[in-house]
Design a protein around this ligand. Structure first.
Ligand SMILES: Nc1ncnc2c1ncn2[C@@H]1O[C@H](COP(=O)(O)OP(=O)(O)O)[C@@H](O)[C@H]1O
Ligand SMILES: Nc1ccn([C@@H]2O[C@H](COP(=O)(O)OP(=O)(O)O)[C@@H](O)[C@H]2O)c(=O)n1
Length: 209
């Protein structure tokens, strides 16, 4: 079984995807980390995010520690959303994601285009969202916990700018797949959101109550 989880910045899609992976004993891939890794390479090399060829050259994960908290920074997120508009970058990352989705065990992937482009065949698709101010507060708290200093107002502006870029790009824009279930977590604690996500997947599998 493939479960696709998409949604805007800091909506809780990663939290839900990880919980679904644990519940169904499936491997999980956070595809945003791939774009963030390309961005972090560029930031470290002093590369130019407005140059598609330089961004393509940064699609190299050999020096990346996927547990590096810097990957979570809004600086990396912002550059990630700039380089993710490039067809060459998206093409360079697609095989890794599709291979992960198609492994025999099944998989859970979260990102922006999982249900629409990477795995349109997924048995269950969730589009996770929450109000922008709620998402900003959650991301701000998360970054503070990681020791990354930020201001709430800046985080809100950053995620709004990123959402706008992700929604309006030509290639694989952020959008709810026609056959995805919408899950708005604005008023839900994590446990409630996860229970609702499991119920939505069960219903898609024809096992709903
Ligand atoms: N329903 C929720 N209620 C409160 N906090 C949440 C909820 N969902 C996620 N979070 C927290 O918000 C932050 C962003 O969640 P995350 O799952 O990483 O979002 P995304 O993957 O969409 O960027 C994390 O610190 C996470 O623990
Ligand atoms: N499947 C994906 C995943 C991320 N991305 C890009 O990568 C950026 C960072 O993704 P992320 O999922 O780590 O971001 P958050 O939602 O965690 O803030 C996004 O703003 C998108 O521009 C994408 O284009 N396609």
């Amino acid at each position: 079984m493939i479960i696709a989880v998409d949604g805007p910045a800091a909506s809780g899609k990663g939290t839900i995807a990880k919980a679904l992976a644990a519940h169904y004993q499936l491997p999980h891939l956070d595809t945003g980390l791939l774009y963030r890794a390309v961005a972090l390479n560029l930031l470290r090399w002093g590369g130019d995010p407005s140059d598609e060829k330089e961004a393509l050259a940064a699609c190299d994960f050999s020096q990346i520690d996927f547990d590096d908290p810097e990957l979570k920074s809004e600086a990396a997120g912002g550059v990630a959303s700039r380089i993710s508009v490039y067809p060459l970058v998206r093409a360079a990352l697609i095989k890794r994601q599709r291979d992960f989705a198609e492994q025999p065990s099944g998989a859970v992937l979260d990102g922006r285009d999982i249900g629409t482009v990477i795995a349109p065949q997924a048995e269950a698709k969730l589009f996770v969202t929450a109000k922008a101010d709620v998402r900003a507060r959650r991301r701000h708290a998360e970054l503070t916990k990681l020791g990354l200093q930020t201001h709430l107002e800046d985080v809100l502006l950053d995620i709004q700018a990123r959402d706008e870029r992700d929604r309006t790009r030509d290639m694989a824009p952020l959008q709810q797949a026609e056959d995805a279930d919408l899950l708005d977590t604005s008023e839900m604690a994590i446990d409630a959101a996860v229970q609702r996500a499991i119920a939505l997947v069960e219903a898609r599998l024809g096992r709903g109550a």
